[in-house]
Write a protein that binds this ligand. Structure first.
Ligand code: MG
Length: 294
C-alpha cells in the first residue's frame, strides 16, 4: 500500500514529478515496492534480464505499477559483462563503444526497445560508453553508424533514446549527437556522473546541453582528489551532500525549460536499508526545493 508523499500533492504534480530509478531483476536500482512505499508517481527501470523481457513479465510489472499509480518514464539498457569497477574498466566494458560486443549489444538494445513498447513507454536510455575523442577515427565513425541503426529501430517503436551523461564532456556529447543526425536522440542528464568521472562541471554542462535534456537523474557526488577523465572515481553521496548543489541544479533545470520527472538514483545496492532511507530523504529534499523553485 502506498504512503502519501509529505506534501500530499505528488499524484497530481504535473511539473517535476518525483521519480526513482528501479530494477526488476538487473541493475542497481531499488525494487518497485520502495517507490510504492515512498508514494512517488514515476520510475525509470533498468531493463530486466533477457529471459524476463517478455509480454507476461511486462504485464505483471505494469499491474504492480498500476496498483501504486506509478508511471514508467524510461527503460535503461544494460548488458552482461559491463563493469564499473574503476574508470578504465568502465571504458573497456560499458555500452556500445567496446567493439567486440558492439553488434550483439546493438541487437539487444533493439530488443530492449521492443520490450519498452510492452510497458507503454516512449523512452529508452543508455550509457553508450566512452565515446572516442577522435571524431575521425574508425571506432568513432562506426559507433555513429550503429547508433543511427539503433535510433531508426527505436523510431519504428515511436520512441526516443536518451544518452546518459558522464563519460564525455558536454561539448563532446553535443558533437556526437550532431554527428548521428537523428531527431530522436536526446540526453538523460546525470549531474553526479560528470563529477564522478571528472569529465565536466555539472551546472556548466547542463547550460550547454539543456535544450536536449529529456530526462534527468537526481544524484549527488563529490569530486576525486585529482579529477579528470580516466583518473580516480569521485564518491557518490546522499542527495544534497555532494558537489552538485541541488538548489542550483533545479534552478538551472527551470532555466533550460525542463519540466519532466526528477528521478532519484542512489547506487548502493549492497546496502538496501540505507539506499531506501537515502531515497526517502531525497524525496523530501526535492519536494521542498520544488515548492520554492518550480
Ligand atoms: Mg544516472
Amino acid at each position: 500500500m502506498s504512503t502519501p508523499s509529505p506534501t500530499g500533492s505528488e499524484s497530481s504534480q504535473s511539473k517535476w514529478p518525483i521519480g526513482v530509478f528501479t530494477s526488476i531483476d538487473a541493475g542497481l536500482g531499488v525494487h518497485l515496492d520502495v517507490a510504492a512505499e515512498l508514494g512517488v508517481p514515476s520510475v525509470q527501470i533498468h531493463a530486466p534480464h533477457p529471459d524476463t523481457r517478455n509480454a507476461e513479465a511486462a504485464a505483471k510489472f505494469l499491474g504492480r505499477c498500476a496498483d501504486s499509480a506509478i508511471t514508467v518514464t524510461a527503460v535503461f539498457g544494460g548488458f552482461e559483462g559491463e563493469s564499473y569497477a574503476d574508470i578504465a574498466t568502465t571504458a573497456a566494458t560499458v555500452g556500445l563503444v567496446p567493439e567486440e560486443t558492439r553488434a550483439a549489444r546493438v541487437q539487444e538494445m533493439k530488443e530492449i526497445s521492443d520490450f519498452t513498447t510492452l510497458l507503454g513507454c516512449d523512452t529508452v536510455a543508455l550509457h553508450i560508453g566512452f565515446v572516442p575523442e577522435d571524431r575521425s577515427c574508425d571506432s568513432y565513425t562506426s559507433l555513429v553508424a550503429v547508433t543511427r541503426e539503433l535510433l531508426d529501430h527505436v523510431a519504428g517503436n515511436d520512441q526516443q533514446l536518451n544518452l546518459e551523461t558522464g563519460q564525455e564532456s558536454a561539448e563532446h556529447l553535443l558533437d556526437f549527437i550532431a554527428d548521428v543526425e537523428r531527431d530522436n536522440l536526446f540526453i538523460n542528464f546525470d549531474p553526479a556522473n560528470l563529477i564522478l568521472y571528472g569529465t565536466d562541471h555539472p551546472i556548466d554542462a547542463l547550460l550547454k546541453v539543456g535544450h536536449l535534456v529529456r530526462s534527468v537523474h537526481c544524484k549527488d557526488a563529490t569530486y576525486a582528489p585529482v579529477a579528470g577523465r580516466g583518473t580516480d572515481w569521485g564518491a557518490e553521496v546522499p542527495l544534497g551532500e555532494g558537489d552538485v548543489g541541488m538548489r542550483t541544479y533545479l534552478k538551472v533545470l527551470e532555466t533550460v525549460g525542463y519540466n519532466g520527472p526528477l528521478t532519484i538514483e542512489r547506487e548502493i545496492a549492497n546496502d538496501r536499508e540505507r539506499q531506501k532511507a537515502d531515497i526517502g530523504a531525497a524525496v523530501g529534499l526535492l519536494e521542498s526545493l520544488r515548492s520554492q523553485i518550480g
